[in-house]
Design a binder for this molecule. Structure first.
Ligand SMILES: O=C(O)c1cc(C(=O)O)c2c(n1)C(=O)C(=O)c1cc(C(=O)O)[nH]c1-2
Length: 254
């Protein structure tokens, strides 16, 4: 066994064990919440009003790469999927972010968040503030979606199980902590409350149908952990740059 491939690290006797019921399997997925990036120190500081303007701006600018990557990732999933009914549902995710006539979409809403925290649209679009480690983590997620069977890639979106809570907390806490942020910037978080719940319903249905044996179910827990690692690693990079004030090459002279 190649332990560098963490996806395949499952318990040795799992093929002799009965599969978890749908309910028990779903609960195992939900139990992963403790690893969600809501618990990362960067996020804890951000949500309790302890970050300065530069750190908030850094987070918004770095997360913009995630926002632009999500539709590319979803298009990669669809490019591997020959099931018309699934594509009809999944394509909505791309429209949510890219927008369509009459609905500007999530990327535009994130650009408005950028303006609300004092950044120019071009600061985000140029990715000039994007940290290399954040880019590496997000590119790993896109690459995962391109190379895995569509059901597995689809199931990796299920960190969204935990996303409505994180968006709601920002809506509750940021206006009081960061009064300098223009309230117009909060539309993105509001939009995601319902969109994430709908995504989760569809993603869960695919996941609970697809992973039916115990080894497959254990594999899926590793898939979810991979995605949690992507989100956590993004914040590790931002913590180094904006909290410890040690961005890449901070100690290199000239
Ligand atoms: O702000 C967040 O904490 C957060 C987390 C996640 C997530 O759990 O991946 C997503 C989002 N937001 C989000 O806005 C979003 O559109 C989204 C799509 C996906 C995905 O994996 O397909 N995750 C997330």
């Amino acid at each position: 066994m190649n332990y560098a491939d963490r996806l395949n690290v499952i318990s040795p006797e799992s093929d002799k064990l009965a599969p978890w019921s749908r309910e028990a399997f779903e609960q195992k997925l939900r139990d992963k919440e403790k690893y969600y990036h809501i618990n990362h120190e960067f996020h804890v500081l951000m949500n309790s009003g302890q970050l300065g303007k530069e750190a908030i701006q850094g987070w918004v600018a770095n997360r913009f790469y995630y926002q632009t990557a999500i539709p590319v990732k979803d298009a990669a999933i669809m490019s591997n999927c020959w099931d018309r009914d699934v594509r009809r549902g999944w394509v909505q995710r791309i429209l949510d972010h890219d927008g369509y006539a009459g609905e500007e979409g999530g990327i535009e809403a994130w650009l408005a968040l950028g303006e609300a925290v004092g950044l120019e649209r071009e600061d985000l679009i140029s990715h000039r503030l994007l940290l290399p480690g954040v880019k590496f983590a997000i590119d790993a997620y896109i690459n995962f979606a391109r190379t895995q069977p569509w059901e597995i890639a689809a199931s990796s979106s299920l960190t969204e199980l935990f996303a409505p809570t994180i968006h709601q907390k920002r809506l509750n806490n940021w206006p009081q902590h960061y009064q300098w942020i223009d309230a117009k910037g909060y539309d993105y978080f509001r939009k995601r409350l319902s969109e994430a719940r709908r995504d989760v319903e569809h993603g869960l249905e695919i996941t609970l149908d697809y992973y039916t044996t115990r080894p497959q179910q254990e594999f899926m827990l590793n898939v979810l952990q991979f995605k949690l690692d992507v989100l956590w690693t993004m914040l590790d990079c931002m913590w180094m740059a904006y909290v410890a004030d040690k961005p890449p090459y901070h100690n290199v002279e000239g």
